[in-house]
Design a protein around this ligand. Structure first.
Ligand code: SF4
Length: 312
């Protein structure tokens, strides 16, 4: 297969490891300061039960979730597969330090686990937690934190009730960069009030900060969320699949060629997904194919336009 026009997570793993690497997504009984009132109430307007992935159950003990994930991964990808434990649901640094250590330490108990990836908010980290996480770099090959930024516009962050600012994100990234931890930023494309230039500014901020990886999510609307209720009242316009691909290709072009593009699809639980259709799991491969076609048609690839500057 020819080389992809972007630096995928699979490619990153292939360059570093002989074995196949798979992520095991786990959900734990964490909450979020934007839900419990410390930062805000009600959460981000699109938040669907702490972003729990379909099929996950936060009440299953962590050891069982990891064991089941390893079993499933080996069955599907072979005995030599290695794993990264992805702490995904809610805010996985929002607990007492002793409890965090207990949860993260669980990843050290399995020979086939080579890393951890901890999803959190940029306003939910401090030096003590970073030092704890950095400690795992001595035992694990991959130690990542994932900060939700979503947009580089404070106005958008206010509208989505994010409860933190762009400055919080920048300061947290700068603090994290002083450690050996790798950083992923998560951004959203598709807010009805944002335009292509806004998404490019957000991506450019991540590029300028020289973070290690990016997750680009199309906005998707779930039932029983604030955004979902607004959508049911007034069907505001969402990006079509072609519009999304076009913006996605523009984003990929301005990212540095060594930044790992970890994700650019969303897979909302179909039972609750209101729109858009292309956020159904079945579209994952189609989006990938369309992005490759678009970049090939343009004759560009990741990094082609990474010197373009955007005002912030
Ligand atoms: S930060 Fe995450 S868990 Fe917290 S309210 Fe927003 S989407 Fe939900």
């Amino acid at each position: 297969m020819s080389k992809l026009p972007y630096f995928s997570l699979n490619e990153y793993f292939k360059q570093k490891y002989k074995n196949r690497i798979q992520k095991i997504t786990i959900s734990l009984p964490f909450t979020c300061p934007n839900i419990d009132g410390r930062k805000g109430k009600g959460g981000c307007i699109y938040c669907f039960d702490g972003s729990i992935p379909p099929g996950n159950d936060r009440n299953i003990p962590i050891s069982i979730q990891i064991k089941l994930g390893i079993e499933k991964g080996k069955k599907k990808y072979g005995e030599n597969t290695k794993f990264i434990i992805y702490y995904q649901t809610n805010t996985n640094t929002y607990e007492k330090i002793e409890k965090l250590k207990e949860y993260y330490d669980e990843s050290l108990k399995y020979n086939d686990v080579v890393g951890i990836d901890i999803g959190t908010r940029p306003d939910c980290i401090n030096q003590e937690i970073l030092s704890l996480i950095e400690g795992y770099t001595e035992k694990l090959k991959e130690v990542w934190v994932e900060y939700g930024l979503q947009s580089s516009s404070d106005e958008t962050l206010k509208k989505i009730n994010r409860g933190h600012s762009v400055r919080d994100f920048i300061e947290t990234v700068e603090l994290t960069k002083k450690t050996k931890i790798k950083i992923t930023a998560q951004i959203i494309v598709g807010f009805p009030w944002e335009k292509k230039e806004d998404y490019l500014k957000t991506a450019k901020l991540c590029a300028d900060l020289k973070i290690n990886g990016i997750k680009i999510h199309p906005l998707y609307i779930m039932r029983n969320t604030k955004l979902g209720n607004e959508y049911l009242k007034e069907k505001f316009k969402l990006l079509s699949l072609d519009e999304y691909i076009n913006i996605l290709a523009d984003i990929v072009e301005i990212l540095p060629s060594d930044m790992v593009v970890i994700r650019f699809t969303a897979e909302g639980d179909e039972k609750y997904l209101l729109a858009p259709d292309y956020c159904k799991p079945a579209y994952k491969q189609q989006i990938k194919k369309k992005l490759i076609e678009e970049l090939n048609k343009r004759g560009t690839s990741q990094g082609s336009k990474c010197n373009v500057s955007y005002d912030r």
